[in-house]
Design a protein around this ligand. Structure first.
Ligand SMILES: NC(=O)c1ccc[n+]([C@@H]2O[C@H](COP(=O)([O-])OP(=O)(O)OC[C@H]3O[C@@H](n4cnc5c(N)ncnc54)[C@H](O)[C@@H]3O)[C@@H](O)[C@H]2O)c1
Length: 254
């Protein structure tokens, strides 16, 4: 994959287990220039060495729950680049209690937080990014099967992922006339900082090894390779799609 000279903004690296890190590595290895954004000052000591290792041009703080922070991100990006080819949104959050409690106990605040950070932030990002995007630019977000079927312990995040996947379709439609493509990857479970708070992920992975068509779990590299396809011209006719990278588990009835 040759992405030489492409300018990629990747949002959501927390550590080297992050899906955003795997995608960043693949983008850089394919020749793309990289800017990373991270959520809060507390993450900087972990993200900065990764940004250096990846040769990122810049590493910019952005709390996606704040409009001004997203605006500031793109004003800083605009000082470094005159356009952006690739945006990766690899961000989600819900309060832990909302994930492991009974879904009907979900609080208003927990619901709104999950929707705000895991869904609206993608829309808000593309809204602020728009002046820097051009025909051929692409955006990608990350979702999970819990947005389609009930996955125990996923709770409000499943509802957020359903809304995120619908947002991908609406964003693809509203940006399509500018030839800006928007897609999602529905990844199988892998161990990261975020997924560690979801109960039963280890058991889920064991079941996948036994029942998935590929009889294994997926890796960061599996996700990154599909991301390269969706973020490159190889997928020039693909938009509004959610593509599974899950070793095929979604096709199984049980
Ligand atoms: N790990 C899995 O099994 C899995 C499976 C399918 C989809 N996903 C999705 O992949 C994406 C990345 O998650 P991950 O598993 O790599 O975990 P991760 O914890 O490495 O990444 C989540 C990122 O979201 C960021 N974030 C949270 N609140 C934020 C805020 N207010 N502002 C800016 N950033 C914020 C965190 O700082 C972190 O960098 C998420 O959307 C997640 O739902 C993960």
């Amino acid at each position: 994959m040759d992405l030489k000279g492409k300018k990629a903004l990747v949002m959501g690296v927390a550590n080297n287990y992050s899906i955003a890190y795997g995608i960043s590595r693949a983008l850089v290895d394919s020749g793309a220039e990289l800017i990373l954004s991270y959520a809060s000052p507390a993450l900087l000591k972990r993200v900065l060495p990764l940004a250096e290792e990846l040769g990122a041009k810049h590493c910019i703080e952005c709390d996606v729950s704040k409009d001004y922070s997203i605006r500031e991100l793109f004003s800083q990006v605009a000082k470094l680049w005159d356009s952006v080819d690739i945006i990766v949104h690899s961000i989600a959050y819900a309060p832990k209690d909302e994930l492991n409690g009974a879904f009907h106990e979900c609080s208003r605040n927990g619901f709104l937080t999950a929707m705000d950070i895991s869904v609206y932030s993608f829309i808000a990002t593309l809204k602020e990014a728009k002046p820097l995007l051009h025909p051929g630019s692409t955006a990608l977000t990350l979702t999970y099967y819990g947005g389609e079927k009930v996955v125990p312990h996923y709770g409000v995040m499943g509802v957020a992922k359903a809304a995120l996947e619908a947002s991908v379709r609406y964003l693809a439609h509203s940006l399509g006339s500018d030839n800006i493509r928007v897609n999602a990857i529905s990844a199988g479970p892998i161990k990261t900082l975020s997924s560690a708070v979801i109960g039963g992920i280890g058991q889920m992975q064991k079941r996948i090894e036994k029942t998935a068509p590929l009889a294994r779990n997926i890796s960061l590299e599996d996700i990154a390779k599909t991301a390269l396809y969706l973020l490159s011209d190889y997928s020039s006719g693909v938009t509004g799609e959610t593509i599974y990278v899950d070793a095929g588990i979604n096709i199984m009835a049980y």
